[in-house]
Write a protein that binds this ligand. Structure first.
Ligand SMILES: Cc1cc2nc3c(=O)[nH]c(=O)nc-3n(C[C@H](O)[C@H](O)[C@H](O)COP(=O)(O)OP(=O)(O)OC[C@H]3O[C@@H](n4cnc5c(N)ncnc54)[C@H](O)[C@@H]3O)c2cc1C
Length: 378
């Protein structure tokens, strides 16, 4: 059988693409070498932040607005809770990109927000104890997504619309030949009109000439015991993205597992081979997160209750890659990570479906062009 689209990697992006393509009547087959969902890649760990006041660049905001609509639609369709609204805090010293960039995105896109001093933050959200000079931007539409449930929902609805989801089938190679793309897996050979590469931390396996654009990095998150649980409930604990002198951290209210979940962006800066990464958690991993919790969220700094290793896939400028592969009109590269991609998965699925079926997207995707890295490629 010839497919319309083969998808390599049915994680956050691949499962969303499968659902949107199948909903348009495309014959889709999506492969994942592990389960769908799984805890080997980038999309596990119970919670993922969604924040709209995007400090990284204002051009993400239109995508985020659409992503939020699509998450709500997915929630309605699958009948499970996928999003918890807490509001979001982007905080740093004045002049730092986190606070200034999020304020700029709000100003450009007219997003509702409030600016709070450190003392005001503590009065309103008692678990927060940030440095006295810090400013926090509170944006009421942020919150968190439930990643494993969301990936499963996308895959299930894709299958309901006729997509084939092959978990436990590893893709080995792909080749574009004339009007078709051929893919070989450990179990067989497949042909389609289009190929979507969404293999997360394994992207370099399929794009060796672009290997330098996809750098997997080991991350660790931990959950610490909470003293007064009432200060860590979603109603009075917005998710945060916060720069302090120790680095940039993110965290969540208590949800899905006991404890205050916290992580540091680019944790120890360990670039890794995704097939050989150390999935054990070491004392140094915990200590970095514990020190942060003790200092800025002391009510959530008891013993470590749980921890998890996960992978970022960093591009050199930490913006996504969503583009056709140069010289390969039928091949789409979808690598939305650098530690901040999950929240976009819903809209990335729609964008991929637009690119495959219409040849273009209504969004300005120039920030995500693979060609911006020409000097990094082989
Ligand atoms: C600790 C951590 C915290 C994060 N926090 C946030 C957050 O709060 N908010 C946010 O928006 N983002 C966050 N991110 C980033 C976000 O989770 C990722 O951007 C997103 O999950 C990436 O999705 P993906 O589809 O690219 O990768 P994945 O979901 O990992 O999917 C890739 C899939 O490809 C499969 N695959 C690989 N090779 C093959 C092969 N040869 N054959 C078949 N299948 C293959 C893998 O098994 C995998 O399932 C975080 C990431 C981490 C690690």
């Amino acid at each position: 059988m010839r497919y319309d689209v083969i998808i390599v990697g049915a994680g956050a992006m691949g499962s969303a693409a499968a659902m949107h393509l199948a909903a348009r009547g495309q014959r889709v087959i999506a492969f994942d070498r592990f389960d769908v969902p799984n805890d080997h890649g980038s999309s596990h760990g119970l919670t993922r932040i969604i924040r709209i006041a995007y400090y990284e660049h204002p051009s993400y905001v239109p995508l985020l607005v659409r992503a939020a609509e699509l998450w709500a639609e997915l929630e309605r369709r699958c009948g499970e809770r996928l999003f918890v609204r807490t509001g979001s805090i982007d905080a740093s010293a004045p002049g730092d990109p986190v606070f200034e960039g999020s304020r700029r995105s709000c100003a450009i896109h007219g997003l509702p927000h409030e600016v709070l001093t450190s003392a005001e933050l503590t009065r309103r959200f008692p678990a927060y104890h940030l440095p006295p000079d810090h400013l926090g931007l509170f944006q009421p539409d942020g919150g968190f997504l439930i990643p494993e449930t969301a990936v499963a929902a996308h895959a299930r609805l894709a299958a309901a619309d006729g997509a084939t989801i092959r978990s436990g089938e590893r893709v080995l190679t792909w080749e574009e030949r004339g009007d078709r793309v051929e893919v070989k897996t450990e179990q067989g050979a497949y042909v389609a009109d289009h190929l979507v590469l969404s293999a997360g931390s394994w992207m370099a396996d399929f794009l060796p000439d672009y290997a330098g654009l996809f750098e997997p990095e080991r991350q660790v998150v931990a959950w610490f015991e909470i003293g007064d649980a009432s200060t860590f409930v979603p109603e009075c604990f917005p998710v945060f993205n916060l720069t302090v002198e120790e680095g940039r951290y993110y965290g969540f209210p208590e949800w899905g597992s006991p404890g205050f979940k916290v992580g540091r962006y680019h944790h120890l800066g360990e670039r890794v081979d995704p097939d050989a990464v150390d999935r054990g958690v070491r004392d140094v991993d915990i200590e970095i997160l514990h020190t942060f919790a003790r200092r800025y969220f002391p009510g959530g700094s008891g013993r470590a209750l749980r921890s998890s290793v996960c992978l970022f896939t960093n591009t050199p400028d930490e913006h996504f890659i969503m583009d056709r592969l140069p010289g390969h009109e039928r091949v789409h590269v979808v690598s939305a990570c650098s530690g901040h991609g999950f929240k976009f998965a819903s809209v990335v699925g729609e964008i991929v479906a637009d690119l495959v079926t219409d040849g273009s997207s209504k969004f300005d995707l120039s920030l995500f062009s693979i060609r911006r890295f020409e000097r990094h490629t082989a």
